[in-house]
Design a protein around this ligand. Sequence first.
Ligand code: NI
Length: 204
Amino acid sequence: MAVMRIAKMGNPALKMVAEPVADPSAPSIEALARDMQETLEDIGASGLAAPQIMVNLRVVVYRMIPARIPAKSGIDPIPWTVMINPEITPLTKVKTEVWERCLSVPGLHGKVPRWPNISIRYQTLLGDWVSHDAHSSWAALLQHECDHLDGILYPARMTNLSLLSYNDEPGPLAEDIATNGAIDPLFKDLVVRWPARQRWFPTG
Ligand code: NI
């Protein structure tokens, strides 16, 4: 079992364009993916890209747990998935804003423009190429993780930085939830646990 240290915003490892994996079936890649999964399980988180543990390779590990799936989104839970050399193709021209957090930007959340519908292709640990479509929170998570492979953290994608907040002061998020029901339960939970919610959003 190996739980790896996660680089935080400011670490040069997070600014690099990661290298393609030449042989996805190499034992070293399987070991890397296992370390990434164990790191995520230790934190209880959903997604990690190799540059976040300072490995400059195009590898992402993620899952979709029920606590991350908005009601009525039609997304099913997804078990641990390893994506090697992933490539995203947007299926829409217009982005929509989605609340995000990042293990490399601890304590904060922000609302980030993302394509609501994408197609993604990647190699498995066997080296096979697979592709599928994804939408809403799932599509945003995939875009977030693949951005790490290009040295991009979500604050760099934000177009309205007034929507960047601390997790224990989630004012803009609470305001959004009061008017918009389709939000990731993980973010609703931040607001539910916010002691000041009743002061600012007594009906929220
Ligand atoms: Ni991240």
